[in-house]
Ligand binder design. Structure first.
Ligand code: NDP
Length: 819
């Protein structure tokens, strides 16, 4: 018999089971069978096929849910569309009341939601009870606040429409909150599809929402496979897609939505680093690693799955970590005293096991503690793999399970290089007692969420989202709202490609952007100016790395003015020119004193200087515009004046858009930093050859990006004249690069280039389609005009927040304070 004394000696936990009774009663009430939730009602299609949901801890059957067919998806979207008519017109203060009621209701049903979540997903009840469900409520409270404030704080914005939302299985309720709360706060209505492994808590949530009195059709939940997800994504009446899941499916969705004018935000995978410096509190860092990788069995998109520890403390640290691992308790998700529950599904368990074996094959040393696992259920031991090469696939690929790989470093520079040696950029943590070092590292790691001396801290007031192949768009915080609104002046883009399918392309990627260099201009055009002696030839070159360079292909493009006269010639750029320009843009952004590292004051001074020098040549630029476009002198003059004004605008913004302090629940400071996106390729519109160019270049460089500009294809001479202005304005070589030529031909190279971080494209609808489609290869951010008109002279349409938003990506740095 165990005595009290024995217990004090071992400090062993006893069983502390949570009762599943209430959750089972709820399932029973529904006959363990669910239809679709549309218009606040359960809809059970007669011929529905059902599929089962199991408890991964026990293997028991929990319930069956219907597999959505096209007519179900259509019905849900139609319900959301009808509801949108009134919900979008409902005053924000009223929407806030509904959201407040939902938040209250979540709290009232807290325990039931938590228990069902743990049964369905396998996560420890401790986590669903103390993290997932509190965050669910918190999101509805937080965004109820933004609904309340929308009319005053976001007065220039309107809701987007019907939102299709697709979520994964790792945090079913939390993901649902991240998606639904900001969407309905801003006046949108939603159709949400939970993941197939975990759909029951979303169905319970649907009832919680209905009980709160939310008008029918505002929130609709559809269960079904990826095929049902695809039906939502491609439905013409959906205005935006919000997705969280794998990078692979994210790519598919980018392809499916390309050119459609639908907004899209993608929160994808990660392989986030945990960087431990020698001066870190090693015991605290060990606990941090436990939170980073064994929280939710490592099934966390921002899991700290790559440990990067300073070499001189690595041995000690790994030893401490192994000891700690030996005390982790793995067991039934409803046992309150376990650290890790079950893996969501057998196929995921197999994937995890595959990667551990792969790690071994790749030369890693696998450590799994000698701890008991339940005999039944999908449990996996916490695993550490050391001695791997940084390039090993186990180090590079997302495992999405309780598996940590570890590397070592010697210098802080090496640590940053290792941390950034990934195609992802979702999260990361740095551990050091030296605040200067920690913050420096946090600012240099390329990821959307950086935690200092903590990991996996979340709150509705702090935005979350990726860099690179971890996706784009933000959830949470004020920044998360912009995914669910569009400027008031802008209608939902409905690109017309003449294909009658709402913007989807019909051509093939190979043919797009094909270009044959032109022959010499007609002789009569060349003689147009009537000189008896030919004028001195002045063919502008490309502008790359601050130097004028000849086009690589040695071809020339003639610029024919409004009256059919030759007004000049420019280089006809090719792939090599773009590659050189990208290289130049990279060299200057990444240098130690690079453009992105300069302070805003310096960049604003340079923008003012550009404005000054442009203004000094005002008349000359106006004449050029008139010559090329055939517009009136007054109109040409107005364009130059507006371009000067715009440079002033972004000189102003250069030191005023750095970010803000987020009021999260963390005791400490959460800073949202608006970082540059990186190298941006920009294809300019034909309307307003100077103003279009300046309106796109200026916000990008004001916020620390470097750019490769493709000027207006028809009227490129304003841009080539402009590089003389840049030359005299202290703009470092490489910050602005200009490659003239065929817009789509050059854009194609830009969008396919691995080292270009974003592409902005203001050409045709077809080009917009291909830019969005091709960008999926490395998930670069895109911003396209769909061939639709934009009034660049208008300040509302031609400058402001939309431009700054595109020119930046938000990184949230979380810094706890106190001893
Ligand atoms: P998926 O990306 O396959 O699934 C995420 C969601 O997308 C699910 O609701 C899924 O539905 C749906 N879906 C699948 N295919 C399509 C499609 N063609 N069109 C529209 N929707 C679709 O992730 P998994 O759940 O299968 O996990 C696979 C891997 O993804 C994991 O091992 C992990 O690496 C990563 N992952 C990353 C997450 C993150 O938060 N970043 C979260 C989850 C997974 P259904 O479930 O019915 O297939």
């Amino acid at each position: 018999m165990t005595t009290l004394l024995d217990l004090f000696k071992t400090m062993e936990y006893g069983p502390a089971p949570e009762s599943p009774a209430a959750a089972n009663a709820w399932l029973e009430e529904h006959g363990r069978k669910f239809g679709q939730f549309i218009n606040n009602e359960w809809v059970t299609p007669k011929a529905a096929k059902y599929y089962s949901s199991f408890n991964p801890s026990t293997g028991e059957l929990l319930a069956e849910t219907a597999q959505a067919e096209k007519k179900d998806v259509d019905a849900a979207i139609a319900a959301a569309r009808t509801a949108f008519e009134t919900w979008s017109e409902t005053p924000g203060v009223v929407r806030a009341r509904y959201m407040y009621a939902i938040a209250r209701n979540i709290q009232k049903h807290h325990r039931l939601l938590a228990v069902l979540e743990s049964m369905d997903n396998g996560k420890p009840i401790r986590e669903s009870r103390d993290v997932d469900v509190p965050l669910l409520a918190r999101h509805f409270y937080y965004y109820a606040g933004w609904a309340q404030l929308m009319e005053t704080e976001l007065r220039d914005y309107q809701p987007v429409g019907v939102i299709g939302q697709i979520i994964p299985w790792n945090f079913p309720l939390m993901m649902l909150a991240w998606k639904i709360a900001p969407a309905i706060a801003m006046g949108n209505t939603v159709v949400l599809k939970p993941a197939s492994y975990t759909r029951l808590s979303a169905l319970l949530f649907a009832e919680v929402v209905a009980e709160a009195g939310l008008p029918p059709g505002v929130v609709n939940i559809i269960t079904g496979s990826g095929k049902a997800g695809e039906m939502i994504v491609t439905h013409p009446d959906v205005d935006k897609i919000a997705f969280t899941g794998s990078t692979e499916i994210g790519r598919t969705l980018r392809h499916l939505t390309a050119g459609s004018g639908k907004k899209i935000s993608l929160e994808l995978g990660g392989k986030s680093p945990v960087v431990v410096f020698e001066d870190a509190d090693l015991d605290a860092a060990v606990e941090g690693v436990v939170d980073a990788i064994w929280f939710n069995q490592g099934q966390v998109c921002c899991a700290g799955s790559r440990l990067i520890v300073q070499e001189n403390v690595a041995g000690r640290f790994i030893q401490k970590l192994k000891t700690r691992m030996s005390h982790l308790r793995v067991g039934d998700s409803l046992d309150k005293s376990i650290d890790m529950g079950a893996i969501v599904d057998k196929s995921q368990w197999d994937t995890v096991d595959y990667w551990v074996k792969m790690g071994e094959k790749e030369g890693g040393k696998v450590f799994q503690p000698d701890i008991p696992l339940p005999t039944k259920g999908l449990f996996y031991k916490p695993t550490l793999i050391t001695d791997l090469d940084p390039a090993a696939s186990t180090v590079q690929e997302e495992i999405f399970g309780p598996v940590l790989v570890s590397l070592t470093f010697r210098t802080p520079e090496e640590a940053i290089a290792l941390a950034n040696n990934t195609r992802y950029g979702l999260g990361g943590s740095v551990w050091s007692d030296n605040i200067n070092l920690a913050l420096d590292a946090a600012s240099k790691i390329k990821a959307g969420a950086l935690w200092v001396n903590c990991h996996n801290v979340f709150d509705a007031a702090g935005g979350f989202g990726g860099y690179r192949e971890s996706g784009f768009g933000r959830e949470g915080g004020r920044e998360g709202l912009f995914e669910y609104v569009r400027p008031k002046w802008m209608e939902r883009p409905r690109p017309d490609m003449g294909t009658g399918d709402g913007g989807r392309g019909t051509g093939d990627a190979k043919a797009w952007g094909e270009h044959t260099p032109s022959r010499p201009a007609r002789p009569e055009a060349g003689r147009a100016n009537g000189h008896s002696i030919p004028p001195v030839d002045r063919t502008p070159k490309m502008y790359v790395g601050g130097k004028q360079v000849r086009p690589d292909g040695a071809y020339t493009l003639s610029v024919v003015g409004a009256k059919g006269k030759l007004v000049g010639q420019v280089g006809d750029g090719n792939r090599k020119d773009i590659r050189n320009a990208v290289e130049a843009a990279h060299a200057v952004i990444e240098a130690k004193q690079g453009w992105a590292m300069r302070h805003g004051y310096n960049r604003s001074q340079i923008l003012y200087f550009i404005a000054e020098n442009l203004d000094a040549r005002n008349a000359e630029f106006a004449t050029r515009i008139v010559e090329m476009t055939g517009r009136t002198k007054r109109s040409g003059q107005a364009e130059v004046d507006a371009a000067v004004e715009r440079l002033f605008t972004y000189a102003a913004w250069a030191d005023k858009y750095g970010g803000n302090i987020q009021e999260t629940t963390l005791r400490g400071i959460t800073v949202a930093v608006n970082e540059p996106v990186g190298v941006i390729g920009i294809a300019c519109p034909d309307e307003y050859p100077l103003l279009g160019f300046v309106s796109l270049m200026a916000p990008a460089i004001a916020r620390g990006n470097t750019v490769v500009m493709i000027p207006s294809q028809r009227f490129p001479l304003s841009a080539t004249d402009f590089y003389q202005v840049l030359d005299t304005s202290d703009v470092p070589g490489g910050v602005v690069n200009i490659v003239t030529g065929d817009r789509d031909h050059l854009t194609k190279t830009l969008v396919q280039h691995e080292d270009v971080d974003a592409v902005w494209y203001f050409g045709s609808a077809e080009g917009s389609y291909w830019v969005e489609y091709e960008s999926a290869a490395n998930m670069k951010r895109t911003w396209v005009g769909y061939g639709l008109p934009r009034d660049w002279m208008d300040r509302e349409q031609g400058e402001g927040h939309e431009f700054l938003h595109e020119a930046t990506q938000v990184k949230n740095i979380w810094v706890p304070t106190g001893e």
